[in-house]
Design a protein around this ligand. Sequence first.
Ligand code: NAP
Length: 248
Amino acid sequence: MKLLQNKVAIITGASRGIGKGIALKFAEQGCNIAFTYLSSVEKAKAFESELAGYGIKAKGYQSDAADFKAADQLVTDVVAEFGTVDVLVNNAGITRDTLLMRMSEQQWDEVINANLKSVFNLTKAVQKPMLKARSGSIINMSSVVGVKGNAGQANYSASKAGIIGFTKSVALELGSRNIRSNAIAPGFIETEMTGALDEKVVQGWRDSIPLKRGGTSEDVANLTLFLASDMSSYITGQCINVCGGMLT
Ligand code: NAP
């Protein structure tokens, strides 16, 4: 029996990077997948077909996670199409890095809305089907910089720290209904988001990590699968690092 056989998951921001890795891992385990993206229409269409190759139901939705009404509509559409929502992975996220001295109000607002408000939007919307089913697993993508802070990322680290507080509060509110809420704090994961960085800087980071490499999307997807499945049925309100020992 596969770990997520016949379950339904919403994964935000799965047209590339970590979200894509999670969707592939879930598909391997028999999960039906509704994934979202913001602008990568062609990539999302191709990915929809790739996922269908696993013999599961898969659909991509162009939906801005930062938009409250769009998030609510997304969940309504997914329930109409798939019947319910068992797992929500709030993965969509952006960076607008710069020192606080140079950070504009727009750079602050964009990051807080895409990274933190999105988690509120989607979680609030999936409450309904999850409460009805008296079951659910919500997994929020934080970051090690949400735990420890990072120069040049005041907006991003604030959004990721906010996710941890939100995750714990939801775990306390919904635990009695068998709805679990956990966060993942990835360290340095090599995706398109990090591909834009200078190779020398990247090698320096790899060297400073105890396991001597950057993480992969699959490293994060493995923990996400565990938290989505009944293997973690007694785990809620936690934030778990996937960082090769970068933060101990
Ligand atoms: P990525 O490669 O840049 O992919 C981001 C994904 O989010 C894309 O699918 C993008 O869609 C989607 N997206 C962005 N804004 C959105 C919005 N408003 N509504 C819906 N979808 C949206 O990023 P990644 O590296 O895989 O990171 C994924 C998550 O892990 C993020 O939350 C990030 O903060 C977190 N994280 C990453 C690292 C790392 O080292 N990579 C470390 C710690 C935490 P489009 O393709 O349409 O733009």
